[in-house]
Write a protein that binds this ligand. Structure first.
Ligand code: ADP
Length: 191
């Protein structure tokens, strides 16, 4: 059983690459961003709450996000998971370890997509148009997300580095090239 954390700043390509990893390794994909967007679209209570944070480029509070993640795992028993957009804080990373430990499993590795800031801004600008994501359209919201990433999310890498589980992957280049780099990295721990 493998469990992967796909890590990276907003616009790094986590969602795109997650789809490829799911196909190859038969993992269940959990994107916290997608679950929040689904709830916003259906105007659930969780969706309304999430929207008040997401529209400002802030993180949804840990407790809310962790409860949602537990709920998603419980509803979707699987042989292995790929976590996309989670954990985004050290508190979330600790919670994830605990959740998986209780199930007798653990994170196999954290794959961190590395993309420089100017490239991220360009990608988010085009995604705003392609995917109709208001949180990608407003430069102030984007800046806030990048700041939140640096302050709250980057420390998560050290959390996994300390466990010897972090791999930094160059996220620049053709989508298929990045996919190959991720495959190589996962295959190296399976070998
Ligand atoms: P991106 O990685 O491109 O910013 P996501 O779809 O992963 O996009 O997330 C969109 C928004 O949803 C984030 O900016 C944040 O407000 C919220 N969100 C997603 N995952 C989490 C999380 N693990 N903890 C807190 N907030 C989250």
């Amino acid at each position: 059983m493998i469990n992967i954390v796909l890590f990276g700043p907003p616009g790094a390509g986590k969602g795109t690459q997650a789809v490829k990893l799911v196909e190859k390794y038969s993992l269940f994909h959990i994107s916290t961003g997608d679950v929040f967007r689904y709830n916003m679209k259906n105007e659930t209570e969780l969706g309304m709450l999430a929207k008040s944070f997401i529209s400002k480029g802030q993180l949804v509070p840990d407790e809310v996000t962790i409860n949602m993640l537990v709920d998603t795992i419980e509803k979707n028993p699987a042989e292995g998971y790929i976590f996309d957009g989670f954990p985004r804080t050290v508190v979330q990373a600790e919670a994830l370890d605990k959740i998986l430990n209780e199930k007798g499993t653990s994170i196999s590795m954290c794959l961190a997509l590395d993309v420089e800031e100017n490239e991220l801004r360009e990608r988010l600008k085009s995604r705003a148009l392609l995917e109709n994501r208001p949180d990608d359209a407003d430069p102030a919201v984007i800046q806030n997300r990048i700041n939140v990433y640096k302050n709250e999310t980057l420390p998560v890498i050290n959390f996994y580095k300390n466990q010897g589980k972090a791999a930094i992957i160059d996220g620049i280049g053709e989508i298929s090239d990045v996919t190959e780099r991720l495959f190589d990295s996962i295959d190296s721990i399976l070998a």
